[in-house]
Design a protein around this ligand. Sequence first.
Ligand SMILES: Nc1ncnc2c1ncn2[C@@H]1O[C@H](COP(=O)(O)OP(=O)(O)OP(=O)(O)O)[C@@H](O)[C@H]1O
Length: 273
Amino acid sequence: MSDAPATPQAPQSSPISPISQVPPRPGLADARTGGARAGGDARTGDAAVLLRSVYKTFAADTAPVHALRGAGLTVAHGEFVAVMGPSGSGKSTLLNVVAGLEHVDDGSVTVAGMSLASRSEADLARLRRRHIGMVFQFFHLLETMTVADNVVLAARLSGVGRRAAVRRGHDLLDLLGLLERADSLPGTLSGGQRQRLAIARALANEPTVLLADEPTGALDSAGAAEVLDLFTRLHRRGQTILMVTHDHQVAAGAERIVTMRDGRVSERPGAGA
Ligand SMILES: Nc1ncnc2c1ncn2[C@@H]1O[C@H](COP(=O)(O)OP(=O)(O)OP(=O)(O)O)[C@@H](O)[C@H]1O
């Protein structure tokens, strides 16, 4: 990667600093007072995520599908933003372009100050390993490995040495309230605990931004509350979170809600803390 990140990253061996130790990151105060907004019209120099006029069209059997049609969004470091909107409005596509999993047709996507344009797949994978954590509706756990090993392996894959990965796994499980289940298999956990484990895995690389696509979609209300409570705690500790949800109660836990419609993002009047 050629660009320098806008915000220096913690050394890979540091113990889960973005979550457990770091004070609110630069830009958090701006975000909380409404400094960062849909459309990318505000201070953007320190944004964790910045999309400008993003277009993405998928080829389909009948007619092309225009999933993103000029989408713009700025997420400041430390912000917790919920994305709502009707089915098919482009929410998952938006997360996928932020993760570099989908290439855009036009417009720009910047993560941690680095443009995703013209990057090779290998470069995008490196950028993801360093800056992106992803959580999905279904948990994507390694069912034959213990809870602890699920997190340690995720840390190892992000480039952390064995001892540091074990330490980070321990700290994350402690933070996420799963330490007493460290030696269990994921199949023995409740739905909420399984999603907490998936979140621990997603945080193992100390990501600049945690992307969550319907993280409570497969959970009952107790599980959803558990996950939302965790996101709120992570956010208070400075973790940037961009979450897609259909659930108004879950969205209300975010600092700011934006709405997608027909591939564009708009600020929801009156939403946010
Ligand atoms: N890989 C793909 N190939 C073709 N069409 C796609 C692809 N991915 C998404 N689409 C289409 O793009 C549009 C936006 O999809 P997307 O999944 O982003 O919407 P969404 O708002 O997340 O929907 P939902 O709330 O139902 O998950 C939809 O019409 C979808 O069918």
